[in-house]
Design a protein around this ligand. Structure first.
Ligand code: ATP
Ligand code: MG
Length: 358
């Protein structure tokens, strides 16, 4: 059997990032070793808030060129207590997402067997969503400015940029995502009653693009009403598309409704495949638990599974996720899911399940 080799850049970065990325690499290596259907080569990039504090840069000169040579990027988390959040976010994460045109941010959520949702009546299968977030423009375009700094009449503007090109490509990606799922249902979330320029463009583009996908059912929601629907009628949703800001908020809510921010993955995709895509757990650097060995590695395992699927290793992806779900079912859970297991114990249990695949 021919066995493809994938070159993966690992950027563990800050806080619990190195702990969960180490766990992810352990699981991926065990999977590759057990299945023997593909090979992985990891290159570690030691870029973090510590290097920023020492050198003034998150990414050294030539760093992006080096990254570009890989098939995918596995990212931990960025953010440190003594670096302003907008500096770390723009310095590392967005400094990769933007030049690599990773315009589609995909965030699946579901309730794993053996875990509990804070929604009492909800269990496995009632909540199974994919949120598609516009990841290149919108409210996080970084446009705007401040005048009269510090004066009582200071003004700050934060301009959201929506281009027809940008909205069309994410809308098409979302329809394609919805089409691949059994329910073929796409909920388009906007706030076009109050945001009457960009969000009205979103509505118009959604209508135009929907004509190309007659087999996909389209459903429209305002973002405020959407938060209520996610809590009250989660089973009525499947694929969801929204702008950068709106989907950012909805996906944190989604992760919490599924039980913990410690299980949810994110893919930053360049659907043209011209650049490597980047895969990361949804959670941040979590300095409150850094070094304690209790970080939940499940988000990174699921992230690893999403990465494999993007690389074309769909069977391996499904098998990895199934191993993780089995471990949850066995009750090997970290504290965020109500258990007592350490990062290492969960990782060992997942590796033991992977070994059974041989
Ligand atoms: P950022 O600004 O990078 O998003 P944050 O501190 O706002 O960071 P997180 O780092 O995601 O947000 O942490 C939010 C809470 O969730 C913290 O209490 C943290 O301990 C917890 N948490 C985050 N990730 C995990 C994980 N993998 N396992 C267990 N708990 C986690
Ligand atoms: Mg946060």
């Amino acid at each position: 059997m021919s066995s493809k080799t994938y070159s993966i850049a690992a950027i563990p970065a800050d806080g619990i990032g190195p702990e969960v990325i180490a766990a992810g690499i352990t699981a991926l290596n065990a999977l590759a070793d057990t299945l023997q259907t593909f090979k992985l080569e990891f290159t570690n990039y030691d870029w973090s808030s510590d290097t920023y504090k020492q050198t003034g840069k998150y990414i050294p000169d030539g760093g992006l060129d080096a990254l570009k040579k890989h098939d995918a990027i596995l990212f931990g988390a960025v953010g440190a207590p003594d670096v302003p959040d907008h500096v770390s976010l723009w310095g590392l994460r967005l400094a990769i997402c933007q030049p690599f045109q990773q315009y589609a941010n995909v965030r699946p959520t579901k309730i794993f067997r053996g875990t509990e949702s804070p929604l009492r009546r909800c269990s496995t299968g009632d909540l199974d969503w994919v949120i598609v977030r516009e990841n290149s423009e919108g409210e996080y375009a970084g446009q705007g400015g401040r005048s009269h700094r510090g004066k009582p009449w200071e003004i700050a503007t934060e301009t959201a940029i929506f281009s027809r090109h940008g909205v069309e490509r994410i809308m098409r990606f979302a329809f394609e995502t919805a089409r691949k799922r059994p329910r073929k249902l796409l909920t388009v979330v906007t706030k076009s009653n109050a945001q009457r320029n960009g969000m009205v463009l979103w509505d118009e583009v959604a209508k135009d693009v929907s004509l190309e996908f007659p087999d996909v059912t389209v459903d429209k929601m305002l973002v405020d009403a959407m938060t209520a629907r996610m809590v009250l009628k989660p089973e009525t949703l499947d694929t969801i598309v929204a702008s950068n800001l709106h989907a950012d908020i909805l996906s944190d809510l989604a992760a919490a409704l599924a039980g913990s921010i410690g299980i949810a993955p994110t893919s930053n995709l360049d659907p043209t495949r011209e650049n490597p895509s980047m895969f990361e757990p949804i959670h941040g650097s979590a300095f409150d638990i850094t070094g304690l060995g209790v970080a939940n590695p499940v988000a990174t395992f699921w992230t690893a599974a999403e990465m494999l699927a993007w690389l074309g290793e769909e069977d391996a992806s499904k098998q990895l996720l199934e191993c993780v779900e089995k471990v949850c079912e066995q009750g090997v859970l970290t504290q965020d899911l109500g258990g007592k297991a350490t990062t290492q114990q969960v990782t060992d249990a997942v590796v033991a399940e992977i070994r059974k695949l041989s």
